[in-house]
Design a protein around this ligand. Structure first.
Ligand code: GTP
Ligand code: MG
Length: 192
C-alpha cells in the first residue's frame, strides 16, 4: 500500500456524520494520550497528518484518513478523567455506535502504553475485541522509553495477563520500532 498518499477525509463528532462504509477500515483505538495519532503518522510516514498533542483529549471526533484502497480511522481516546461527564458520554456513544454500525472493519490496532499495566478501560476494550470477532493486533507503544530489562519484564507481564492469547507488537513513534510490522498487517488488509 502507498502509505504516503493518505489524506484527511473527514471528522465525525456525531454518528450521523460517519462516511459511508465503502472500503476496509483500519481502526486505531486506545486511551487518551497513549499515542494513537503519533502511531498513525509514523505508519504513514507523515509528520503531522493526524494531530498529536502532549495534552490528553486532543482527538474528540472520529477522524478518517483515506488512502487509495483503505481508510484509517483515528478514534477519540478513552479514559481521560478531565473531560466533562457529558463529553465522555458523547465519546462513548460515538465509539460504540461506530463499532455497531456494521462497517467493513479490516483490522483494529489496539494501542496500549508499554510502560504501564493495561488500564481497566484497556482491559474492557480488549475483552470487547476478543468477543467481537474483529481482527485485531495490540501495539505496545512508547517502547523507546523502556530499558531492555524493563521491556522484557513488561512483555512478560502482558503475556501473563492475557494468558498468551494475544500478540503484542512493541512500537515506538520515536525510533520506528514495529512500524514495518504494522504496515505489513495493514497492507495485508488493504491490498485484498
Ligand atoms: P488523544 O488524541 O488525546 O487521545 O491522544 P493520542 O492517543 O492521539 O496521543 P498522541 O499521538 O497525541 O501522543 C500523546 C503524547 O505522547 C505526545 O506528547 C507524543 O509526542 C507522545 N508519544 C506518542 N507516541 C510516542 C512514542 O512512541 N514514544 C514517546 N517517547 N512518546 C510518544
Ligand atoms: Mg489523537
Amino acid at each position: 500500500m502507498n502509505f504516503e498518499k493518505a489524506e484527511f477525509e473527514s471528522a465525525a463528532g456525531l454518528l450521523n456524520q460517519l462516511p459511508d462504509s465503502t472500503v476496509p477500515e483500519i481502526v486505531f483505538s486506545g486511551r487518551s494520550n497513549v499515542g494513537k495519532s503519533s502511531l498513525i503518522n509514523k505508519v504513514l510516514n507523515r509528520k503531522s497528518l493526524a494531530r498529536t498533542s502532549a495534552k490528553p483529549g486532543k482527538t474528540g471526533t472520529i477522524n478518517f484518513y483515506k488512502t487509495p484502497d483503505c481508510r484509517l480511522v483515528d478514534l477519540p481516546g478513552y479514559g481521560y478523567a478531565r473531560v466533562s461527564h457529558s463529553e465522555k458520554l458523547r465519546w462513548a456513544e460515538l465509539v460504540e455506535g461506530y463499532f455497531h454500525a456494521q462497517r467493513k472493519i479490516g483490522l483494529v490496532v489496539q494501542i496500549i502504553d508499554m510502560r504501564h499495566q493495561p488500564t481497566e478501560d484497556d482491559l474492557h476494550m480488549i475483552d470487547f475485541l476478543l468477543h467481537s470477532g474483529l481482527p485485531f493486533v495490540v501495539a505496545a507503544t512508547k517502547s523507546d522509553k523502556l530499558k531492555k530489562t524493563e521491556r522484557e519484564t513488561q512483555l512478560q507481564l502482558l503475556n501473563e495477563i492475557f494468558k498468551q492469547q494475544l500478540e503484542f507488537i512493541p512500537f515506538s513513534a520515536v525510533n520506528g520500532e514495529g512500524v514495518e510490522e504494522i504496515r505489513a498487517r495493514i497492507t495485508a488488509v488493504c491490498s485484498k
